[in-house]
Ligand binder design. Structure first.
Ligand SMILES: [Zn+2]
Length: 303
């Protein structure tokens, strides 16, 4: 475990907002870092910076260990949930292209592309789509589909500067040991006038505030809890001009949604899951938007 300073303003320490719920010796297993992991409610100490308001985990596992953990992640359940992701990303592409303009085979990079669902959809829409991803297992899934992917992180991938028109980060920034360093790197990778699109969880959303310590996204694998305000501030500090940030939900298959609810609230969730299976509705795609996920669109100046 290591102590970290505020990634937004550099302040030495924050005030505890949610105390640690992970027992000693239980942390660091790669299974807890799978995208589909249901370890809701299990997390290290979550603090809030008293100067800028950024919420983050401190102390937390060493940044190097976190990256190694992600390299080892394997997650076959995510492949089963592919249908929901396809719908979600198809949905996300529309507002993105309204701001960035049409694809026209321009280069786009998806950071933390996991099994490549967004890379696949962006390529199908006409982008020259690339992914970067630490999980060796996930990278194999992307390559098997003949899509472009670089194994590693933004720091290790050695991507050429001023190359991409768009860089996307879907549900990724909350996992990174150094989000500010990552956004600075994204800025360098973008062409002048290029766009960064960041989708993440919102700790200051009404739903998160109502749920408090029971908000399901308080999880070991999430180490930064942005709000629209703190993410906007960080993007601006990295040189970006933020055009919009607004709640954006996603699609889930009903069967998968019920399995998540079951993990969170077994008493209500398990019978509901049984019923959904019985009625043959597991494959039904349903839109889910509790207002606690948002997307920020920001661009690099045209010089
Ligand atoms: Zn701060």
């Amino acid at each position: 475990m290591e102590h970290v300073c505020c990634n937004l303003c550099g302040a030495e320490s924050g005030a505890v907002r949610y105390p640690c719920t992970v027992r000693q010796g239980e942390s660091g297993d790669w299974r807890a870092f799978r995208c589909t992991h249901s370890g809701y409610g299990r997390h290290h100490t979550i603090v809030q910076c008293q100067q800028c308001g950024l919420v983050y985990t401190d102390p937390r596992p060493n940044g190097h260990d976190i990256v190694e953990t992600y390299q080892a992640v394997e997650d076959p359940l995510y492949l089963e949930e592919r249908a929901g992701r396809v719908l979600t990303f198809e949905h996300h592409l529309k507002p993105l292209e309204r701001l960035t303009g049409p694809p026209n085979h321009r280069p786009l990079l998806d950071v933390g592309c996991y099994t490549g669902v967004f890379v696949e959809i962006a390529a199908r829409h006409g982008w020259d789509a690339w992914g970067v991803e630490p999980s060796r297992w996930a990278v194999e899934q992307v390559r098997a589909q003949g899509l472009h992917v670089v194994q590693g992180t933004l720091e290790t991938a050695d991507l050429p500067e001023e190359t991409f028109d768009v860089v996307t980060m879907w549900d990724v920034i909350e996992h990174l040991p150094d989000p500010r360093g990552a956004l600075e790197q994204v800025y360098r990778l973008l062409k002048p006038g290029g766009w960064v699109v960041v989708h993440t969880i919102d700790i200051e959303s009404l739903f998160a505030r109502l749920m408090g310590a029971h908000w399901p996204w308080l999880m070991e694998m999430h180490i930064y809890y942005f709000s629209r305000r703190t993410l906007r501030k960080m993007l601006e500090q990295c040189g970006f001009h933020v055009l919009s940030d607004r709640p954006q939900g996603r699609y889930l298959r009903l069967g998968y949604l019920m399995s998540r609810v079951g993990a969170l609230m077994p008493v209500a969730g398990r019978p509901a899951e049984w019923l959904v299976t019985k009625l043959g509705l597991r494959g039904l795609a349903v839109p889910v938007n509790l207002g606690d996920l948002f997307t920020a669109y920001a661009h690099k100046a045209d010089v």
